[in-house]
Design a protein around this ligand. Structure first.
Ligand SMILES: NC(=O)c1ccc[n+]([C@@H]2O[C@H](COP(=O)([O-])OP(=O)(O)OC[C@H]3O[C@@H](n4cnc5c(N)ncnc54)[C@H](O)[C@@H]3O)[C@@H](O)[C@H]2O)c1
Ligand SMILES: [Zn+2]
Ligand SMILES: [Zn+2]
Length: 374
């Protein structure tokens, strides 16, 4: 079938993107789903910094690629052999397809699914196949993280989809696919925030604000929020956090606000220098969780001995250490109960044609989550 989607052919084009137009909105050919796959009509798709990092070249991927990885929509076809899914189901798409059978999957660590990671690196679906092609010459295009959210229809592995309550608006449901899964998961699963914790969040984009909401839901006694953008700090303050401006002296300021550092400190910026600050702003015996995705060449510079003598923990968190099937329904329930107000993350609604402008906004720190309404 013919589909309209946003294709990235070349990484590293200059800003502003409204002029260089890295994402081309074009007609694409989408092959029907094969066994184990779903055809999904996308309702809404969110703009995440990980998409921006592919556009600017700091997270290199195989080109050309139909970009986007945070989406929700409705199943409008199946290729058969998709137990549990039928036409009419509403689904959230998750950015790691989970095979359910490999070592990490069997150990409950779906974020580390081995065939899922291999497919994502290859820009294919979990089966190894690709369903996108150029209408003219039939050249195949790559899938982004098994989702390729920026298109009106997509074919995905059923292993990338989680069924949700159809009453959930698509623009809210989409947030659960990346920002909420990653941020709330980082707080609840990776940092294991418990009642009474002093929590610090570095970076207040979609992922960081979701981590803040997750920490609040888990009963944190105090949340300190760090960013360099005034509006983000104000947003965090309205959500009950103590705002602190990033930059010189930030570590001392956080230590002072928390009486010696956070018990759990969550970094969601994607910069090794900020991760070092987050580590230093962690209390003795505390845990630093890193979520941001720095350029692969960056190295981390921290005092090695403090890991030992201060019994600190430094851990990475991919996909919020979530099992999508288990955690998306749990987080949706918390949203529906009013314990997790994820609508706070959504600052803009845009059309597919406005997507380059949307990425300029994200790069400038002028938006949290922007939903492309499809
Ligand atoms: N681990 C995962 O599974 C996963 C999933 C999604 C996104 N990510 C990564 O998480 C990061 C955040 O994603 P996002 O979509 O929320 O991005 P975003 O651009 O919306 O947010 C990043 C925030 O960091 C702030 N910031 C910049 N420099 C800072 C500094 N020195 N100190 C404090 N704050 C600073 C920005 O102002 C912005 O508010 C990105 O690196 C993204 O690639 C990781
Ligand atoms: Zn993302
Ligand atoms: Zn697996």
């Amino acid at each position: 079938m013919r589909v309209r989607g946003a294709v990235l052919r070349r990484m590293g084009l200059p800003k502003p993107y409204v002029d260089s137009r890295p994402l081309e909105i074009v007609d694409l050919e989408l092959d029907p789903p094969r066994p184990g796959e779903l055809l999904v009509r996308v309702g809404a798709a969110g703009l995440c910094h990980s998409d921006l990092s592919v556009i600017d070249g700091s997270r290199p991927r195989v080109m050309p690629m139909v970009l986007g990885h945070e989406a929700a929509g409705e199943v409008v076809g199946t290729g058969g052999d998709t137990p549990g899914f039928a036409e009419g189901d509403h689904v959230v798409l998750s950015f790691v397809p989970v095979c359910g059978a490999c070592g990490p999957c069997r150990a409950g660590r779906a974020a580390l699914c081995e065939p899922g990671a291999a497919a994502n690196a290859a820009g294919s679906l979990l089966s190894g196949g690709r369903r996108w092609s150029e209408p003219g010459d039939g050249h195949q295009l790559h899938h982004h993280l098994g989702v390729s959210a920026f298109a009106d229809h997509v074919v995905v592995a059923a292993n990338s989809a989680v069924k949700v309550d159809p009453s959930l608006p698509a623009e809210i449901a989409a947030l659960f696919g990346c920002a909420v899964l990653t941020g709330v998961g980082a707080a609840v699963n990776s940092a294991e925030v418990v009642e009474g914790d002093r929590v610090v969040v570095f970076g207040l984009g979609g992922v960081g604000l979701a981590a803040l909401l997750g920490a609040k839901m888990a009963g944190a006694a105090e949340i300190v929020a760090v960013d360099m953008v005034e509006e983000k700090l104000e947003h965090a303050r309205r959500l009950g956090a103590t705002p602190i401006h990033a930059g010189e002296g930030v570590v001392e300021a956080v230590r002072e606000a928390t009486g010696g550092g956070g018990d759990k400190v969550i970094e969601t910026v994607g910069n090794a220098r900020v991760l070092a600050q987050a580590y230093e702003a962690t209390r003795r015996g505390g845990t630093t969780v890193t979520v941001g995705l720095p350029h692969p060449e960056q190295r981390l510079d921290i005092q090695a001995v403090s890991l030992v003598t201060e019994e600190r923990t430094l851990k990475g968190s991919y996909l919020g250490s979530c099992v999508p099937d288990r955690d998306i329904p749990k987080f949706v329930q918390a949203y529906q109960d009013g314990r997790l107000p994820v609508q706070e993350l959504l600052t803009h609604r845009i059309t597919l044609d406005e997507i380059n402008l949307g990425f300029d906004r994200l790069a400038a720190g002028a938006a949290v989550r922007q939903a492309v309404i499809l």
